[in-house]
Design a protein around this ligand. Structure first.
Ligand SMILES: C=C(O[C@@H]1C=C(C(=O)O)C=C[C@H]1O)C(=O)O
Length: 191
């Protein structure tokens, strides 16, 4: 079993290499899901004149979910830094994201002070940043966000960012879910 695909229970997300989901994805969605540069920058650009905002939903210390611990290669009962946000255009969430980092690897990174600044704007300035291959899922985010009673997730994707640094450096799992609101606002295909 791959370390990204945990069990077969319906509540456990199955993450597959994005290439495996490509046949099910329209070309416009592939452009979004397979991109490896900053998603924040892409959303700002696609939003045009409309205001962009990172809405901080939750941030703090807790246990990673089992599939997240596996992706990070950390024990599930080890504390992690968790952050959940909505990337909004005109106050409408287009993407929701959940990021997880082992606390140990975070020392000195001051990520808790990001607040409503985009993690991406900080991340892509890091020297020696390495991004793991992308994995995708059709599973829902699994955390509450504004409008989740009417907004669905079309595609989820994730990858681990690492930078060398001393003491093993940063290891950060970023999971992003593209929402049906994006389909409506950008007139994209339904999948
Ligand atoms: C990783 C990026 O940062 C974005 C911003 C996030 C945040 O502020 O928590 C989380 C995920 C992202 O989509 C990016 O811009 O690519």
């Amino acid at each position: 079993m791959s370390r990204h695909c945990v069990g077969t229970a319906p509540d456990l997300p199955c993450w597959r290499p994005i290439s495996a989901l490509r046949p099910a994805m329209s070309a416009p969605w592939w452009q979004w899901v397979a991109s490896t540069d900053s998603l924040t920058a892409r959303i700002v650009s696609a939003g045009g004149e409309r205001p962009f905002r990172v809405r901080l939903l939750r941030q703090g210390v807790g246990f990673p979910r089992p599939h997240e611990a596996l992706a990070l290669g950390m024990p599930a009962r080890r504390y992690a830094w968790l952050r959940e946000v909505a990337l909004c255009v005109d106050e409408t969430p287009w993407v929701v994201a959940r990021s997880v980092a082992p606390l140990k690897a975070l020392r000195g990174q001051c990520l808790e002070r990001l607040g409503e600044r985009s993690l991406g704007s900080w991340l892509f300035r890091q020297p020696d940043l390495v991004r793991s291959p992308l994995y995708a899922t059709r599973h829902a985010p699994g955390f509450a966000f504004p409008g989740d009673d009417r907004i669905s997730s079309l595609w989820g994707r994730r990858s681990v960012f690492q930078n060398g640094g001393k003491n093993g450096g940063l290891s950060l799992l970023v999971q992003e879910y593209f929402l049906s609101t994006m389909t409506d606002d950008l007139v994209l295909p339904s999948r």
